[in-house]
Design a binder for this molecule. Structure first.
Ligand code: PGA
Length: 233
């Protein structure tokens, strides 16, 4: 069983989501399917597809104009939330500490946070990939609380049609799995994300410690997303 999560980013409509949920409802799979959609599209969904958000406030209520709390996300039908996506880190200056506070808020609200870590191109070129990943995990994943999911997303590869080599993915995922075990979170699922498509998903998910994928662009249309889901048992 793998976890296949889609990240719609700032795309889609409620009608497109209905269409996707109907299409995924007909897919014969044991894999866990999650769609992380814009706040305005959150809704309760019965069946195999789980719904997630893409961000959360670290506060639980109060005078924080424009923010959305974990309680509001569960109330709207979400059971997952992405935290620390590279676009939030890049455009909203979210640090590992901010991400950890958001993941903690998610756990307190009963949501499963999908916590993203990954290196930029500059960090990769400076041979800092392993250091950035290990710090990202140690500082972004809460020490205690319920289950989490971690996503390794090499920031230079997102939306770029680029993917690391299988060996690079294996090294990153092994480091993340070992770091999580050292933190008392052994067995936490670790997803790979960045330029996953129908034609590379099976190969990526065959790599050690890759428990699923987090898919951006190729999660928007059933014809692109379903082949990823059915590429693995
Ligand atoms: P991509 O995005 O699949 O379009 O590269 C992945 C992500 O940002 O989660």
């Amino acid at each position: 069983m793998k976890i296949i999560a889609g990240n719609w980013k700032m795309n889609g409509t409620r009608a497109a989501l209905d269409e996707m949920i109907t299409a995924l409802g007909n897919v014969d799979t044991k894999n866990r399917m999650i769609l992380c959609v814009p706040f305005t599209m959150l809704r309760p969904v019965n069946g195999a597809v789980k719904i997630g958000a893409q961000d959360i406030s670290s506060h639980d209520h109060g005078a924080y104009t424009g923010e959305i709390s974990g309680g509001m996300l569960t109330d709207a039908g979400a059971s997952y939330v992405i935290v620390g996506h590279s676009e939030r880190r890049a455009y909203h200056n979210e640090s590992n500490a901010d991400v950890c506070a958001k993941a903690t808020a998610a756990l307190q609200a009963g949501l499963v946070p999908i916590i993203c870590v990954g290196e930029t191109m500059d960090e990769k070129n400076a041979d800092r990939t392993m250091e950035i990943i290990e710090h990202g995990v140690r500082e972004s994943v809460p020490q205690s609380g319920g289950d989490v999911i971690v996503a390794y997303e090499p920031r230079w590869a997102i939306g770029a049609g680029l993917t690391p080599s299988d060996d690079e993915i294996a090294s990153a995922h092994t480091l993340i799995a070992n770091t999580l075990a050292d933190m008392g979170r052994g067995g936490t699922p670790v997803l790979y994300g960045a330029s996953v498509k129908g034609n590379n998903a099976a190969q990526i998910m065959a790599i050690d410690h890759v428990d699923g994928v987090l898919v951006g662009g190729a999660s928007l249309k059933p014809d692109d997303f379903i082949p990823i889901i059915t590429s693995v048992k």
